[in-house]
Design a protein around this ligand. Structure first.
Ligand code: PLP
Length: 379
């Protein structure tokens, strides 16, 4: 059996999305900047998609800027806050995705303060307020859900504090857009980021939501696309795929959530009963934890680096943490950031609405077999 449980890295494209983008490839190939009928047609297709996306998150069309994905959208939010909006200090956390974290390292043009985290990965709101109560035009950049441990941000409280202290607020919603109903007005952030491949859309496309009251300039220069906010011929295939994927994700979103949360809760209970001394990194309370991510901390054994390899041999795809850092030898900055015991083996299982109970049962049996054999070999 082949089981794909690495949906936080990327998801398979929905068949409906493939159908829709195939139609664009076949029938809407004009350059959206061309003034002839083919160009106007392609431009029209993009604007319909933009309106659809804006409506799904209660934004205005002009607040959506298409990008090459979550990384570019995160970079853009940070660069624009500093270059265009006078930000001189950024408050963030040490467990952000590298798309944010690496933008903050070694920068001379602004100061960075890191907010304290609890061992669950939750933000210490009292410390955040202490930091906000210091002078300087500030951007708070905190992710909605951590991609490695699933811990959710209390964004309502963060947005309230940002408003109180007149700070700008950016949240990386790459792991939550398409998984929760996002209403930009309720969220209260100035910038939100989205990546289509995390919810069964194509790779290489995303957007940055920018509150309409903010005046920003492009970080990618060239043509006047995206109302002058991002140069480069639009990825029309990706844009249409993103809109369709977000629409599908939002249809029956509560059913998707319930289905996946049930599988996650079942996996937690079964792991606890089958493997002694098993723990979970980050929050697992359904109200505080992203329902698509479960980071399991296994009892210690010698050949811990073999765990993911043995699971892969058994046909199960999962990961140690973020896909973007899997080539790095330094281990997970997120687990280090929450002071987790990194000497113990761990695996991140991440689910999608297509994941089945049979797949979880197969995974549980293989995980139990591999881990218990490794633990017993030590005794
Ligand atoms: N932010 C988070 C939280 C992510 O999980 C990812 C993808 O792994 C990104 C940003 C980057 O998104 P993209 O792959 O679209 O560049």
């Amino acid at each position: 059996m082949k089981v794909y449980l690495d949906n936080a890295a990327t998801t398979p494209m929905a068949p409906e999305v493939i159908k829709e983008i195939t139609d664009v490839m076949e029938n809407h190939y004009g350059n959206p900047s061309s003034t002839h009928a083919f160009g106007r047609d392609a431009k029209g297709v993009i604007e319909v998609a933009r309106r659809k996306i804006a409506k799904l998150i209660q934004a205005e069309s002009k607040e959506i800027i298409f990008t090459s994905g979550g990384t570019e959208a995160d970079n853009m939010a940070i660069r624009c806050a500093v270059d265009d909006l006078g930000v001189t200090r950024i408050i963030s956390s040490c467990t952000e995705h590298h798309a944010v974290g690496h933008c903050l390292e070694g920068e001379q043009s602004f100061k960075v303060d890191y907010v304290n985290l609890k061992t669950t990965g939750e933000v210490d709101l009292a410390h955040l307020e202490e930091l906000l109560n210091q002078p300087g035009k500030t951007l708070v950049s905190l992710m909605h859900a951590n991609n490695e441990i699933g811990t959710l941000l209390n964004y309502q409280q963060v947005a309230k504090l940002c408003k109180q202290y007149k700070a700008l607020f950016h949240s990386d919603t790459v792991q939550t857009m398409g998984h929760y109903t996002i209403d930009v007005n309720e969220f209260g952030a100035d910038f939100l980021t989205c990546s289509a491949h995390k919810f069964h859309g194509p790779k290489g496309i995303g957007f940055l939501y920018v509150n309409k009251d903010l005046k920003i300039s492009p970080i990618i220069h060239g043509g006047a696309q995206e109302r002058g906010m991002r140069g480069g011929t639009e990825n029309i295939i990706g844009i249409v795929g993103l809109a369709k994927a977000l629409e599908l994700a939002n249809e029956n979103i509560l059913d998707h959530q319930k289905h996946v949360q049930n599988l996650k809760s079942y996996m937690i209970d079964e792991l606890k009963s089958r493997i002694p001394n098993v723990h979970f990194h980050g929050e697992i309370d359904p109200n505080k934890s992203l329902y698509t991510v479960l980071n399991v901390c296994f009892p210690p054994f010698e050949n811990k680096s073999m765990l993911l390899f043995l699971l892969d041999l058994a046909g199960i795809a999962c990961s140690g943490g973020s896909a973007c850092t899997s080539g790095a030898s330094t281990g997970s900055h997120v687990l280090r950031g929450i002071k987790a015991d990194t000497n113990r083996p761990n695996a991140r299982f991440s689910f999608s609405r297509y994941t089945t109970k049979e797949e979880i049962d197969y995974t549980l049996s293989k995980v139990e077999e591999i881990v218990m054999k490794s633990v017993e070999a030590e005794v």
